[in-house]
Write a protein that binds this ligand. Structure first.
Ligand SMILES: [Zn+2]
Length: 299
């Protein structure tokens, strides 16, 4: 080993030492804890998405979309990627709980099953990916982007869990539009179990966002309020605006274009172009906009 240090070594060390507070400040800035390099982020996200596909949680198109969203989030920072991974584990758990019972209860109603495709992934995670991208491009906006990105994902998680737990253990849900009981799985219908799951999920995901360092503790309530708001918007839009279809053969309401009996269904009300995926995008977007407004008011 060379024991003769160059004469400028102590000076260099002191310079590095002086840099420590600056590095520490960067690391502690909320929502900007440096993530892995792009190749590592892409590799890790691809492995997780491929695993979810092999376990039947995602369709192939959904796995590709999830790998893209995951790569962006991980590259934006460990807090972004970590929050996305916990969120995905949470909604996957919710989807799997009582799956057989849920499928039996909603067989003729829901448009898509438990396997998410690319449109569903982007409706739920697109806003979060946009927020992560903004934080990568504009470090000065990273803390704000983290608040509305977290709110969008909290809303998507709250809405998903409301549906999953509600259709699993909830009683006959009531339509927000008519106030009358409707078949389990109908969009825009609420049950007590579903509503409790919605609020509980929004609060739980908010706690994760704070614990993981994505959102600063004083901003927790913005994520929680906006998350619940987005899920409520989803329910109301699902009840009042989303297209409703009818199977003339079974004489039953459904969200399927072709009913589980094989018969083509008829448009019966609501906006034809507004399906479940569009309503989910409205859910995450409305949460992000409210969080952005609230965070701007505080700034
Ligand atoms: Zn039918």
């Amino acid at each position: 080993m060379d024991q003769h240090l160059p004469p400028d070594a102590p000076v260099a060390s002191l310079t590095e030492f002086a840099d420590i507070p600056r590095h520490a400040a960067t690391l502690s800035a909320w929502g900007s804890v440096a993530g892995p390099s792009a190749p590592v982020a892409i590799g890790l996200a691809t492995v997780i998405a491929a695993t979810a596909w092999s376990k039947g949680s995602l369709r192939p198109s959904g796995a590709i979309a999830a790998a893209v969203v995951g790569s962006i989030a991980l590259h934006a920072g460990w807090s972004w990627g970590g929050f996305l991974i916990v969120w995905f584990a949470w909604v996957t758990l919710g989807t799997r709980l009582g799956r057989a019972r849920k499928e039996a209860r909603t067989a003729g109603i829901v448009a898509k099953g438990g396997q998410r495709d690319a449109t569903q992934v982007m409706a739920n995670g697109g806003i979060f990916a946009a927020a992560a991208t903004l934080s990568l491009l504009r470090g000065d906006l990273a803390a704000h982007a983290a608040v509305w990105g977290a709110a969008a994902l909290a809303a998507a998680g709250a809405d998903t869990m409301a549906t999953e737990i509600g259709t699993w253990i909830g009683g006959a849900p009531r339509s927000v539009r008519t106030g009358r009981p409707v078949p389990t799985g109908t969009s825009g219908a609420v049950s007590l179990a579903g509503s409790v799951s919605m609020v509980g999920s929004a609060l739980g995901l908010t706690a994760v966002a704070v614990a993981i360092g994505l959102v600063s503790a004083p901003h927790w309530w913005i994520v929680a309020v906006a998350g619940v708001f987005g899920a409520v918007v989803d329910t109301v839009a699902g009840a009042l605006l989303q297209q409703r279809r009818w199977c003339p053969s079974c004489e039953t309401p459904t969200e399927q274009m072709r009913h589980s009996c094989g018969m083509s269904t008829r448009h019966r009300g609501g906006w034809r172009w507004l399906g479940n995926d569009e309503v989910n995008l409205l859910c995450t977007a409305s949460a992000a906009v409210l969080a952005w407004r609230l965070a701007s008011m505080l700034a």
